[in-house]
Design a protein around this ligand. Structure first.
Ligand code: EPU
Length: 421
């Protein structure tokens, strides 16, 4: 278990390139199951979650090769329709194979994902949606066991907008008999990226980027190629890294539209944002960090995946702010660790009240989940002295060599390999 050692207080400056989006790749890879042949996925990020999905795809019988961010997935020899516990316990997104396996092969056995580090994360909408499409689903011995002669199109109204349920139902619907309508579908850009891939495979989908998707099922899809979109959460995290160290950076390859809510909040906090030649420049030099409340919401609102990072930033604001997570009410495991660095934060229900402090002081802190780890790295970059962020394997699930990117921007950060952290 590696750790990061950070000597804080260095202003970040320079340019950074954003890697492919984890949450787009994790949906696009299982979509390859829907066809037989080789699909090519460009700009796939080198992340542990991607490697876990590759292993699961290999377990199912897919052949893969992955080099220079180009992942090819050959699904001609899929032999298994089972996603065992050993994969799902590592990564909840393994449940994305459910819809494609069921739709293509008429059966799927997928381990039930339990809760995650910060609380419950149900998948009832995935299951109810597939049942509406005619699947017979039993839950037994910790598995979802799904069968169907042929899925049929249905009208599915989600009570809650869910990224995962939208992805699963969308992938199931493209090969179903008849038309499926998904109301209150997730509009996250990663869903649009998945839908664009399915359309390249021949799928008939209307309503891209809208909250209603209409899918006319067809008999067969062909292999296709797709470019994975840049990771908006990595982009937001790097922008906060610059803002919290009062630095100045340019992100090269991400559309401002994807991260508008984060850019707006950064402007509210006093940073100057400029869009030049397709790049996003953030200038936080001499900024006194104004407090700015954040409430998470579905896209295009402020993402829950940026909540921990924003909390770390606001810990150094010139006043009091609140952060409310409406998507995951328990997602505050980073708070006690930020407090160890000197932050003044209290959490009641799903609201963190952050009283800005003048400085944070380096300490040893423990990563508990992906975005919590990112927030600790950000706090460490701004803290005085030495911060050790332990268990960065959480971070490696979703950020491609973030320490290298931060180093290029001037951070004093080292990965220390070890077993005991
Ligand atoms: N929900 C239900 N029932 C369901 C599914 C979801 O009630 O069947 C609720 C959840 O409890 C939550 C809300 O709906 O309150 C939204 O959850 P969603 O299903 O959208 O989350 P997800 O698909 O499990 C994806 C990302 C998460 C990200 C959320 C929200 C992937 C692989 N994961 O999860 O990413 O936080 O959407 O945007 O795409 C991360 O990258 O750190 C991460 C956790």
């Amino acid at each position: 278990m590696d750790k990061f050692v950070i000597n804080g207080g260095k202003r970040l400056s320079g340019k950074a390139e954003i890697s492919g989006a984890k949450n787009a790749s994790l949906a696009i890879m299982p979509a390859c199951i829907l066809t037989s042949g080789t699909s090519i996925l460009y700009n796939t990020p080198e992340l542990n979650d991607v490697y876990t999905m590759i292993k699961l795809m290999n377990f199912l019988g897919a052949e893969t090769s992955f080099k220079n961010h180009v992942l090819s997935v050959n699904t001609e020899k899929i032999v298994s329709q089972e996603a065992p516990y050993e994969y799902v316990k590592k990564m909840r997104a393994s449940v994305y194979v459910l819809g494609p396996l069921l739709s293509k092969f008429g059966s799927a056995k997928v381990s039930l994902p339990g809760g995650c580090a910060w609380g419950p994360r149900p998948i009832n909408l995935h299951i109810e949606g597939l049942k509406k499409m005619g699947a017979e689903i039993d839950l037994a011995e910790g598995y979802i066991i799904a069968k169907t002669k042929k899925l049929t199109g249905a009208k599915i109204n989600f009570d809650v907008s869910s990224v995962g349920a939208t992805a699963n139902i969308l992938m199931a619907a493209v090969l179903a008999k008849g038309t499926t309508i998904i109301n209150n579908a997730a509009m996250e850009p990663e869903i649009a990226n998945l839908a664009a891939f399915l359309i390249k495979m021949g799928a008939k989908i209307n309503g891209l980027n809208c909250s209603t998707l209409e899918i006319e099922g067809i008999d067969e899809l062909r292999p296709a190629e797709i470019e994975t979109i840049p990771d908006r959460i990595e982009a937001g995290t790097l922008l906060i890294a610059a803002a919290i160290t009062k630095g100045e950076i340019t992100l090269k390859n991400i559309s401002p539209i994807f991260i508008q809510s984060t850019l707006t909040k950064l402007e509210d906090s006093g940073c100057k944002i400029e869009i030049v030649n397709g790049g996003i420049c953030l200038n936080g030099v001499n900024n006194s960090i104004q407090p700015s409340n954040a409430t998470t919401a579905i896209y295009p609102g402020f993402p829950t995946d940026m909540q921990a990072q924003w909390t770390a930033y606001m810990a150094l604001a010139n006043g009091t702010s609140t952060v409310t997570d409406t998507i995951y009410s328990d997602r505050f495991k980073h708070v006690p660790e930020l407090v160890r660095l000197g932050a003044n934060i209290t959490v009641t229900d799903n609201v963190a009240v952050i009283k800005g402090v003048k400085k944070l002081l380096g300490a040893k802190v423990m990563s508990t989940d992906l975005r919590a780890s990112a927030s600790l790295v950000l706090a460490g970059l701004a803290a005085q002295g030495r911060t050790e962020v332990l268990r960065v394997y959480h971070l490696d699930r979703g950020y491609q060599k973030i320490e290298e990117k931060l180093k290029t921007l001037g951070a004093d950060i080292e990965r220390v390999e070890g077993k005991e952290y």
